[in-house]
Design a protein around this ligand. Structure first.
Ligand code: FDA
Length: 511
């Protein structure tokens, strides 16, 4: 470690932006644990047995990143890159293999340069979505950006892994609006779109940044939004009897609706208010990019089974609509977007699946039964269609655009310890197994940004691991786009410096 620190400090001695000791945090420093914990978003990876970095470097200038990249190769150290720290498996700050690693923490490189004249912004990867939304909202009432609704999610991981939000049926994914980028490559050079070339620029819009370099910033096109949007939440429970019909119908209707309308469907299990028994609940949470009168007329025509009433609808602005989706009370000041620390941290596990065709009513009944038995895991269905289906599946590495919906498996828990983790993760795996006949197969697709180590861990050592794990992971995340990513990886980082447990492999040519 001390040799590495020396290299970090001396490599820079002539620079006008030297790395100071204050930017390097070792386990002996009081600042180490607070810095490490500042962006841990899953308590599963905040305990004494979690593998920790040898040290943390918090760059405040691009030259610090360049030095870190070069020095780490000199000392044969793995680098983990963290922006917002929301990786569901903590891959940005811990390791599930025994490799020695250090953490490059991008949290201070978080400037946002907005240009309303061109409707664009340069956003550094250490910024959060909330900071981006705040900047937009402070300057315009008619612009927004189609990314996730959780304000503390980081730009670095979210954008490089594709990124979606509740405007995706109208505008597609986050990566569909990236027009330029700055990246530090394996040689420590700073590249932009022109100098990195279209292949690498394609790869870092959905292929995961951590495989290819350190993304310093993305340039994005903003999108136009109406000043008034409408949100609603409608709930039904199994005891009201209509659940099966309305869930079945959602699958047919939601991906075909007007593209201004996004209706998320959530299935979870609650205690019946009448009997105290466990019962299935369905919730529909929606954003409509327009006013409630038009929304009601669309719903009456296309989805009368839901029975949406005018009194269910809330007209608001775009920022407040994101609060609504994220369960933050509406009317909360916009400054809330700047909070980096979530109000509550939990232990969590997520998995993903894709829906290719509607699940039959019998199938739904089986799923409901299983969910009631397992009680804790919830399923979030996000409808595709609209703009998503218009963009070719090879336009970016994200290949899942033609599905009816993405399913997120969600489970949060408070109890610490491995026993609780095994119990809750076990429940989720049971539900995932149960869903097998109803979702995509061959490959069973999954979303890179819903990081799930159950899909495989690659230690990139062809002696202990094998090409099959890397291949299968790549196909489930990227389908046929995997091979282009492999080619790009081979060209830009043949020594596989930029890697993690699920990164794009450098496949030996003889395999
Ligand atoms: P983090 O810093 O953990 O990085 C994630 C991955 O990207 C790691 O592999 C990391 O090394 C790499 N990386 C980060 N910065 C990099 C950089 N500058 N250069 C190169 N590589 C870099 N997703 C979604 O699409 N829509 C949603 O609505 C949500 N909502 C959501 C809510 C909550 C509470 C969580 C915890 C997560 C989500 N997600 C999501 C998933 C989220 O998009 C995903 O975890 C992102 O990768 C998080 O990006 P961060 O920068 O925060 O993560």
């Amino acid at each position: 470690t001390s040799a590495f620190i020396n290299t970090l400090l001396t490599k820079h001695s002539n620079s006008s932006h030297p790395i100071s000791k204050a930017l390097i945090h070792t386990p002996n420093d009081m600042s180490f644990t607070p810095t490490l914990q500042s962006h841990i978003r899953n308590l599963r990876f905040n305990n004494s047995t979690t593998r920790k970095p040898l040290l943390i470097v918090v760059p405040t200038h691009v030259s610090h990143i360049q030095t870190a990249v070069i020095s780490a190769q000199t000392h044969n150290l793995q680098m983990k890159i963290r922006s917002g720290g929301h990786d569901y498996e903590g891959l940005s700050y811990t390791s599930s293999t025994e490799t020695r690693f250090f953490l490059l923490d991008m949290q201070k490189l978080c400037s946002i340069d907005l240009d309303l004249a061109t409707e664009t912004a340069w956003v550094q990867s250490g910024a959060t979505l909330g900071e981006l939304y705040y900047k937009i909202a402070q300057n315009s009432k008619v612009h927004g950006f189609p990314a996730g609704v959780c304000p503390s999610v980081g730009v670095g991981g979210h954008f490089s892994g594709a990124g979606y939000g509740n405007m995706m049926r109208k505008y597609g994914l986050t990566v569909d609006h990236i027009v330029d980028a700055q990246l530090v490559n394996v040689e420590g050079r700073v590249l932009d779109r022109m100098s990195m070339g279209e292949d690498l620029f394609w790869a870092i819009r959905g292929g995961g940044g951590a495989s290819f370099g350190v993304v310093l910033a993305y340039k994005i096109n903003l999108v136009r939004i109406p000043e008034t949007v409408t949100v609603f939440k409608v709930e039904r429970t199994q005891e009201q009897n209509a659940v099966n019909d309305v869930v079945f119908r959602w699958q047919e209707v939601a991906p075909k609706l007007d593209e201004d309308l996004f209706i998320r469907m959530i299935l979870d299990v609650v205690k019946s208010s009448q009997t105290g028994e466990k019962t299935l609940r369905v919730s529909f949470v929606a954003l409509y990019l327009g006013d409630s009168d038009r929304l009601i007329s669309i719903m009456r025509k296309s989805f009368p089974e839901m029975g949406l009433r005018k009194s269910d609808c809330i007209e608001t602005n775009w920022v407040q609509s994101s609060f609504f989706f994220f369960n933050i009370p509406m009317g909360t000041p916009e400054e809330y977007l700047l909070r980096r620390k979530p109000e509550k941290l939990v232990h969590l596990k997520r998995k993903s699946d894709y829906l290719k065709k509607p699940i039959s009513k019998d199938g739904l009944n089986e799923i409901f039964k299983k969910m009631v038995e397992l009680e804790y895991p919830a399923l979030f269905f996000n409808p595709y269609g609209g703009r998503m289906a218009e963009i070719p599946t090879n336009a970016t590495p994200f290949p899942h655009r033609l599905n009816l919906a993405k399913i997120q498996y969600k489970l949060n828990w408070d109890e610490p310890g491995t026993e609780a983790s095994s119990y809750y993760i076990g429940l989720m795996r049971k539900l995932y197994d149960h869903m097998t006949p109803y979702v995509s197969n061959n490959p069973r697709e999954s979303y890179l940004n819903y990081r799930d180590l159950d899909l495989g861990i690659n230690d990139h050592d062809w002696k202990t691991n094998n090409y099959r794990t890397a291949h299968d992971l790549g196909i489930t995340h990227f389908k046929e786009n995997f091979w282009r990513l492999v080619e790009i990886k081979r060209k830009v980082d043949p020594g596989n410096f930029f890697r993690n447990e699920q990164s794009i492999p450098v496949i030996p040519l003889e395999k």
